[in-house]
Design a binder for this molecule. Structure first.
Ligand code: PRX
Length: 676
């Protein structure tokens, strides 16, 4: 395929050349995956055509577009220069960078000049636009800076940055030179950074002086310094984007990005894209599982590009020139797929927002929508629930008629939140379901095809490429309609899904493919299919909890608590929360129960435990309550019965307790909650 044809999207066509229905698309993707994905592959530019569409000779390790060579950055940026050079690629808005902040930190304004300006300052927010042409230049400068600092094809680069445009350049620049990025969510603390640095053996860390959250300054650089101290594998360089917020005093490993950028800019640096074999990793994104150590989800290159480009058309119905706003964070899968890569792969404009949903006021989302004519919105229900608690009239003050659909994912979408949005926006409010591992929707609705009406309470039906079904956990047999089971997907997973766990094929198999014949990917979610073929998600099968759409492993929190010297053992469970979906709460058994004999001591210990979690994992993992029972309910084999504890915490019946070894612990847990 040559460059001229690369921009033309293709569709599976029926013999009569009618646009295909969704059922036809789905069927062809399952029965003739090679033909289906060969068609979709035409959506991107291949420097070298794939020799084989699918190699499924070594399942569950599937290889897509084998032998094909491409480059993600080229497909996102260079490819659109002939037609879209002056179209905005990104619109950045920050309600954190407002006049009040600038009055406190005047150097912020100079920093914008050093970093390439294009800035408009308003009283309560700052806006920065970046055309495809601007982005091309910035990404080339950034790639040049990386190369001059020793980064090469295959090296790993940790990106620990807030929601600023330089974070997107960093990702795209890595992709341009074939380096593998690992973005770490800004809400995570030093310990999380250190784990990720070590696992990936990162050669460079890219960070900033400071992030901002609700007007509070977060010292990113200091967290990076602590992370490096804790890590076994030290990076060669720390590249710092100085935003002019906190004083930046370079240390031996530090490199100032603005200085480096000006060298590249003065040289008009252009870095030719490195052509990457389709199956080489493009990035790692660590996610929580059942153990305390996060898994490095490894994404490929060609499959990733093809899958995202296809999803933007078939699922989101996003077209070139339109504006997409994923209200998420760059550190999460949604930020990777639908804030950075997919909108650019589709020639769209992507909105990047640094700020909270209710600051400076609860109208900020809708004001951004109006001012930037956003066409498609995507967020997690938590943010909407936060707005729903505010004065409703904020929703009606702005013209939001540009919006054609609003997608939600990451946690269950409750009916009242969906209704509230629908009533005010008057557009389809579409729940859909996916995971960090899949990188794009597994279950969704498809407004483009008018396939089935959206059904409240369901994230939809399987997307093309996913042979998804609900099976009995014990037998592996398909469940009947209405019967609860495990949501599983028959291998091979379609392009764009994780190809393995970074340097840990065994963990890939044990985490996802240990069931039955080894050819069923387990989502670790319970689900049910109703009579009409809609899927409903019923919660995780493992100890992963979902706080405000953020996925956390309870074991990670338990490990942080266990660092407290007085801790004998502990259990963390997630309990239902109206606003955030779930909240972690901790049950801690102390070496000496007398330590919590007084309210004062109990409070002190509680604060120490919360402090240990926040220090280790960040504020997102902060336990909402800490209880001190003298014992935890356990099975005869010594396993803590977390499901029973969770039921007790939510005031539900504990269910089958036949494996319980120490019945007295049930009352102990109840009493501890009463004492609180
Ligand atoms: O439990 C499911 C829940 O979020 C998990 C995946 O989280 P994460 O890896 O952070 O990826 C989020 C990407 C959108 C799933 O295993 N989940 C995701 N979407 C939904 C959901 N639960 C209910 N309804 C959904 N729509």
């Amino acid at each position: 395929m040559n460059e001229q044809t690369a921009n033309q999207t293709s569709q599976v066509t029926t013999p009569t050349q009618q646009p295909p229905t969704f059922s036809e698309i789905y069927q062809s993707s399952i029965t003739q995956p090679q033909e289906f994905w060969a068609q979709q592959a035409k959506r991107i530019y291949w420097h070298k055509e794939p020799e084989q569409i699918l190699d499924d000779s070594n399942l569950p390790f599937a290889k897509w577009f084998v032998g094909g060579e491409t480059n993600l950055c080229y497909n996102c940026v260079d490819r659109y220069l002939p037609e879209r050079a002056e179209q905005d690629a990104f619109i950045w808005l920050s309600s954190e960078v407002n006049q009040e902040l600038i009055a406190t930190f005047p150097a912020v304004v100079d920093a914008f000049n050093d970093l390439g300006n294009n800035v408009e300052f308003y009283t309560d927010y700052t806006k920065r636009r970046l055309t495809y042409n601007d982005l091309y230049k910035e990404v080339n400068y950034f790639a040049d800076v990386l190369q001059r600092n020793g980064i090469r094809h295959g090296d790993r680069v940790v990106i620990y940055m807030p929601m600023i445009l330089e974070a997107t350049y960093a990702m795209l620049a890595c992709a341009r030179i074939g380096a593998i990025h690992s973005v770490v969510f800004g809400g995570f603390a030093a310990h999380n950074l250190a784990i990720r640095m070590d696992d990936a053996e990162a050669k460079m860390i890219i960070t900033v002086d400071a992030g901002l959250r609700g007007g509070k300054v977060i010292n990113y650089k200091s967290l990076v310094n602590q992370g490096i101290e804790q890590a076994t594998v030290k990076p060669e360089h720390v590249l710092v984007v100085d935003r002019g917020i906190l004083p930046f005093k370079p240390q031996p490993l530090d490199v100032d990005y603005a200085t480096e950028r000006s060298i590249s800019r003065n040289a008009n640096a252009i870095v030719e894209p490195v052509w990457i074999e389709s199956n080489e990793p493009s990035y790692l994104l660590y996610t929580s599982g059942t153990t305390g150590t996060p898994k490095g989800v490894q994404r490929d290159t060609g499959g990733h590009a093809v899958a995202l480009a296809t999803s933007m058309d078939y699922i989101y119905d996003g077209q070139a020139g339109e504006t997409f706003w994923a209200i998420s964070d760059i550190g999460w899968a949604v930020g990777h797929s639908y804030m950075v890569y997919a909108p650019l792969l589709a020639g769209m404009t992507s909105v990047v927002y640094e700020g909270l949903p209710h600051r400076p006021n609860p109208g900020i989302w809708w004001r951004i929508v109006e001012a930037n004519k956003v066409n498609i919105l995507f967020t997690a229900p938590t943010g909407v629930r936060m707005l729903k608690k505010q004065d409703e009239t904020w929703m009606t003050r702005y013209d939001v008629s540009s919006v054609k659909s609003f997608f939600l994912a990451g946690e269950p979408l409750d009916e009242s939140t969906a209704q509230w949005l629908k009533q005010h926006l008057g557009v389809p409010i579409l729940d859909h379901y996916w995971q960090t591992e899949s990188g794009w929707p597994i279950l969704s609705n498809t407004p483009k095809f008018n396939h089935k009406p959206h059904k409240q309470g369901s994230p939809g039906y399987p997307m093309y490429g996913y042979d998804a079904h609900v099976i009995n956990e014990e037998t592996g047999e398909p469940c009947a309609a209405g019967e609860k089971g495990l949501l599983a997907i028959r291998a091979p997973l379609p392009p764009g899904c994780l190809t393995t766990v970074w340097r840990n094929d065994e963990r890939f198999i044990s985490s996802y493919y240990s069931l039955f014949d080894g050819k069923q990917y387990s989502t670790s979610d319970y689900a049910v299919v109703d009579e009409d073929g809609y899927f409903h998600i019923l919660g995780r099968t493992d100890d992963v909890i979902n706080v405000a759409g953020h996925r956390l492993g309870t074991q990670e929190i338990e490990e942080a608590i266990s660092t407290h010297p007085e801790m004998a053992e502990c259990a963390v469970v997630g309990i239902h929360d109206e606003l955030k979906g779930e909240l972690p709460i901790a049950f801690c058994v102390l070496r000496d129960q007398a330590l919590v004999a007084t309210t004062e001591n109990r409070f002190r210990l509680e604060q120490q435990i919360i402090g240990a979690v926040v220090k280790s994992l960040g504020g997102i993992a902060r336990p909402a309550a800490v209880y001190f029972p003298p014992a935890l309910p356990k099975t005869r084999s010594g396993k803590i019965l977390r499901r029973a504890i969770r039921a007790l915490a939510e005031g539900r019946p504990t269910g089958d307790m036949s494996t319980l070894d120490n019945p007295a612990a049930i009352d102990a847990v109840k009493q501890a909650m009463k004492d609180y």
